[in-house]
Design a protein around this ligand. Sequence first.
Ligand code: BGC
Length: 611
Amino acid sequence: MPGSVLQDPAIRQKAEALLARMSLEQKIGQMTLTERLSVTPADVRDFHLGGVLSGSGSCPGSNRPEDWVAMNDAYWTASMTEDEKRLAIPLLYGVDAIHGHNNVRGATIFPHNIGLGAAYDHDLLKRVASVTAREILATGVDWTFAPNLSVARDIHWGRTYESYSEDTGIVTSYAGEFIQALQADLGTDGVVACIKHWVGDGGTTNGIDQGDVALSIDELETVHMRPYRQAIDAGALTIMASFSSWNGDKCHGHKFLLTDILKTQWGFGGFVISDWDGIDYLSEDYHDAVALAVNAGIDMFMVSENWKDFIAHLKRHVQRGSVSKKRIDDAVSRILKVKLAYGLFDKPRPLERAWSNHASFGSSEHRSVAREAVRKSLVLLKNEKSLLPLAKNARVLVAGKNANNLGHQCGGFSIVWQGTCGNEMVEGGTSVWEGIRQVAANASLSQEDYGADADPAQHDAAIVVIGEHPYAEGLGDVREGNHLIVEAGSQIKGSINVLRPYGKTLELASLHPEDLRTIRTITEKGILAVVVMISGRPLVVDRELEASSAFVAAWLPGSEGHGIADVLFGDFDFHGKLSFSWPGNGVNAPAGHRKSHAPLFPRGYGMTYLN
Ligand code: BGC
C-alpha cells in the first residue's frame, strides 16, 4: 500500500531531522500554496513555499509541455536553494488534472467522471489514471487535485459531472483503484493525488455549489465518507477540504471532520489542503480565520494572491500562542513526509526528468484509451425500430450545435476553467462530426441553423448532437423556484460573488429550445433522427426523446469524439449504464427525494444492440 510509506520509520526520521533544522518562517512557508500568477521563483526561495498551483486555465507561455517544464524547473530550482537561511525542500506543483491533463494544449482529454461512472470498467479506469499521470509528468508537474470523490445526490449541482455516480458504491469501488494507478509506484511513474472535496460537497441542499449539507453523521458517513476511506486505505497522500458546510458549519473550520475523523480515527498520515481561498469564509476577520482553519486541521493553505498576509497572520498566531508550535510541527511533518514518500527529494530537476516532455504526451496510444472510454461511457436510452447501428454507407446528415464543437464536448475544466467553444483550443482531438466523417463517407455536416438543409431526397437519417454548453462549479448550478442564491458561496479570485447559475430548470426544451427545434425541423421532413446529447448530467428530455427515434447520452466525452462514431456505426456495441437515475418530466427532485416519482430511467439502465 503506497500510503503505508508514510508510516515508514525511515521517512519519519528524515522528516523529523529536517523539521528540527527548520525555522518558524521555513515551516510556515511550507504550509503555503499559492497561484503561479502571484509568485516568482525568487518568492518561492525566499519564503520557503511548500507549493505552487495553476488555478484552472492558468498556463505558462504558449501552454505547451515544454513551457510547463521550464516553469516548473524554475520553481523547483528556487526551492532547492540551500544556504545559511534556506533549506533545500522541493516544492510540489499542483494542477486540476481532473479528466486528463485538461489544462494543457494538446493533452488527451478523457470523458468527465460522470461518463467513466457510466462505463463502470475498472481496468479502463486504471488505464485512464496511468495515462493521466504520464501526461502530468510530461509537464514536470507532480500533483493533481483529483480524483473528485463527490457523490452527487442532486443533478442541479453544477459539479455533477465531476462525480462518477449518485451511488456511493460505484464511487467507492473506483476510488481506491484510481488512486493506486495514479500514484503508481510513487516517484517514477505516478503523481501525488488529492482527493476532494472533504466532505459532502455533492450532498448540499438543492445541489447548490458550496452550500450546506443537512445530514446526520450516519448519513454523511454512509453516503459521502466511504469513498474517501477507500482512497486513503489505498494510499491517497493528500486531501482537499470542501467549500460546503455540514449542518451550518463550514468544512474548512471543522475540527471534527478534518482532525478527529480523518487523522485520529482513520489514521490519515498525509496532509489536508484548503480549497481556493477557502478559509476566507470562516470569519470576517482574516486573522481569526487563519487560526480557526489551522487549528481545525488544515495543513497547507491555498491562497490565491495574498499569501504574504497569510504568512504574517500565521506567524503572529504562533508567537502569541493562539496556534501551537505543536500544530505547526504536525502540519509541516505531514507535508515533508508526503514529499519524502513520493520521492520528491530524490528526483532530478524537472528539465532532467525522464518523463518530462515525453513523446507520449497526447499520443495516439494515449488517445486510444480515451476513445475506448468514450465508447464505453455512451448510454443508449432509446432505439426505435433498430435505427442504430447506422450503415456506414448511409447518407447521414449531422446537425445540432454540439456536432462539431470540441470545446463543448470537453465541458468545463478544459483548457480554461469554464471550458471553451469551437474546435480551436482543444488540439489533436476529434469532434463528434470529425469522427463520423472518418467512418461514414456519405455523411455530411449541416450548414444551416436548425438543420434546415435536411432533405429526404438526400438524407437517409440524421444524427443530431444537442445538449449543454460548458460550465464549471457554481456557474453550472440549476436553481429552481425559490432555491436560495448563496451569497457566501461561490467565489472567484478571493472575492465573494453571487454566481449566475446555468439556468432555472432541468428541462432541456426550456434551457436550450434550439435543440428541440433542430430535431423537429429534421424529423418533420420525415427523416429519422438519432439524438446524441452532450451534457454534464441527465436532463429532462421527454420532448426530445419523443421526437427522436434513437437517443444516446454521451455525457462530456472529451477530446476523442470518434469514440461516438465507433458505436453509432456498429463497430462496437453499447456498454454504458446510467450511474445516475434519469428524471422524467416534473421529476426534478434530488436523488433520495424522488421516492414518489419513479425516474424515467433508473440507475443501471442502458440498452445494447443485443437487447
Ligand atoms: C475548486 C477546486 C480546485 C481549485 C484549484 C477551486 O475553485 O473548487 O476543485 O481544485 O479551485 O483550481
